[in-house]
Design a protein around this ligand. Structure first.
Ligand SMILES: NC(=O)c1ccc[n+]([C@@H]2O[C@H](COP(=O)([O-])OP(=O)(O)OC[C@H]3O[C@@H](n4cnc5c(N)ncnc54)[C@H](O)[C@@H]3O)[C@@H](O)[C@H]2O)c1
Ligand SMILES: O=c1ccn([C@@H]2O[C@H](COP(=O)(O)OP(=O)(O)O[C@H]3O[C@H](CO)[C@@H](O)[C@H](O)[C@H]3O)[C@@H](O)[C@H]2O)c(=O)[nH]1
Length: 427
């Protein structure tokens, strides 16, 4: 099938490579010319493991353009543009709506039926009530020449290709049989036969939020347990391992520490809280989930304070990306950590193995960004670990360069060694 992908960020660019690998012809459409140029040159526009190989292997099936007219050559468009948060946490639909309008204008001159699958995370009702009318403005009524589906994406950054190829489930939310058939065909070549949830658009939209807030809540719960464990001298990782043996709990997302970040958990928990309030429901548990997450970076710095004064002293921050195997700093816990250190008057030296330093430098220019962990540690009176990059687990003699070997580990990754004052955040 020939499909178009509208928006080539983390989701869209991954979708482009993966759908091409499944044998589809894919046209990526983005308003950012540099993104289009990168895809046209055969390079994914952002860092994601294994994606470059897919672009190489399937170059003949991938093209990119800024011109929406290209959708007319395709049977199905996936909308994968961003759904940013407003000040109050609610979803700002303006980017999706602009894309929908451009799509509608292009579809107005298309003869054959078109499926529009919305992958951008959207509050229940947004697609039917806001996106569809924008497409209809030029393309005419839904159901005649086009139909929409809500097809949320569950891939995680750093493992997006694998997650796409081997999903735990597919959610296909639509009332239109033609759109449903199209989506079934798109995913049919997936190597395993994942469970397929065929449902309505509102339900599909809620399933995406439900998934993310459940996982965020699971991490916040293990973080709260971890904080209590720490007070009682109990190793929360041992406790979590035992908890994970219970199938009803499951072993994943029980790593306690400095909290969850990324482009999705913070935005999606806030959006669902705002959506609940919009209907006069107070989401008390979700408020607490966010509250615990805000506490963790503060606790990390409180632990550092217990061992060393950092005013006018060098402190190393190890890790800037919100998780390993990505260069994305959206929602990264490194931000409140850096801000807290700077409030204390510390000289912050930071290191991340990815290109995350470049983007972080725009938000936090008064930080020394180093090109190795040892350079960041050199002369520091303390180090805080924010991201669980495997290479931090290999650090050893590098700590000798510190003025004082105080390490507060927010991710249970550093190996404590002789002469080091080591504090785990939740163990
Ligand atoms: N990042 C993830 O891993 C992930 C996973 C699942 C779902 N989601 C959801 O998917 C959506 C996209 O997230 P993302 O992280 O890929 O966003 P992103 O910001 O990385 O990428 C969005 C892309 O859309 C492009 N764009 C903006 N307006 C456009 C327009 N009018 N026409 C064409 N292109 C346009 C931008 O230039 C950018 O390249 C969000 O709703 C997000 O919540 C993200
Ligand atoms: O036990 C854990 C697991 C995760 N995290 C943190 O949680 C955040 C999110 O991690 P992860 O979920 O692995 O990455 P994302 O790429 O944000 O993926 C989430 O958000 C995506 C966007 O909606 C969804 O598609 C995915 O299913 C969902 O896992 C990161 O800061 C992690 O460090 C922990 O602190 N402890």
């Amino acid at each position: 099938m020939h499909v178009s992908v509208i928006g080539s960020g983390y989701v869209g660019a991954t979708l482009t490579g993966c759908l091409a690998a499944l044998g589809h012809e894919v046209t990526a459409i983005d308003i950012d010319e540099s993104v289009v140029a990168s895809i046209e040159a055969g390079e994914p526009p952002m860092a994601e493991p294994r994606l470059g190989e897919l672009y190489d292997e399937n170059a003949d099936r991938i093209s990119a353009t800024t011109d929406y007219a290209a959708v007319r050559e395709t049977d199905c468009s996936f909308i994968t543009v961003q759904t940013p948060a407003r000040e109050d946490g609610s979803i700002d639909p303006s980017v999706v709506l602009a894309a929908a309008e451009s799509l509608g204008e292009a579809l107005a001159q298309k003869e054959t039926f078109h499926t529009v699958a919305v992958k951008s995370t959207a509050i229940p009702g947004m697609v039917e009530e806001e996106v569809v009318p924008r497409i209809e403005q030029a393309a005419g009524p839904e159901g005649e020449t086009f139909a929409t589906a809500v097809n949320p994406e569950f891939q995680a950054q750093g493992s997006a290709v694998d997650d796409f190829m081997h999903p735990d489930k597919l959610v296909l939310g639509t009332d239109d049989d033609r759109a449903l058939d199209t989506l079934r065909s798109v995913y049919d070549p997936l190597p395993d036969e994942p469970p397929v949830v065929e449902t309505g658009r509102r339900e599909a939209a809620m399933m995406k939020y439900a998934n993310n807030v459940f996982l965020a809540a699971k991490v916040s719960l293990i973080n709260e347990l971890g904080n209590i464990c720490k007070e009682y001298g109990v190793d929360s990782y041992e406790v979590a391992e035992a908890m994970g043996l219970d199938d009803r709990i499951g072993a994943q997302f029980l790593r306690s520490g400095v909290g969850w970040g990324g482009s999705c958990f913070p935005k999606d928990t806030d959006a669902l809280r705002a959506a609940a309030r919009d209907r006069d429901y107070e989401p008390e548990l979700l408020d607490a989930v966010v509250g615990v997450n805000e506490t963790q970076p503060r606790r990390l710095l409180d632990l550092l304070d217990r061992h060393v004064g950092v005013t006018d002293e060098r402190v190393a921050v190890l890790g800037l990306a919100f998780k390993p195997d990505t260069d994305d700093i959206r929602g990264s816990r490194a931000k409140p950590v850096i801000a807290g250190l700077q409030e204390r008057g510390a000289d912050v030296a930071a290191y991340d193995p990815s290109d995350a330093s470049e983007t972080m430098a725009r938000e936090y220019p008064d930080v020394e960004y180093t090109d190795s962990a040892s350079a960041a540690l050199d002369g520091a009176v303390g180090a805080v670990v924010v991201t669980d990059w495997p290479e931090f687990g290999e650090l050893d003699a590098e700590f000798d360069a510190m003025a004082r070997q105080v390490v507060v580990d927010g991710r249970r990754i550093v190996e404590a060694r002789e002469g080091m004052t080591y504090e785990g955040l939740t163990w």
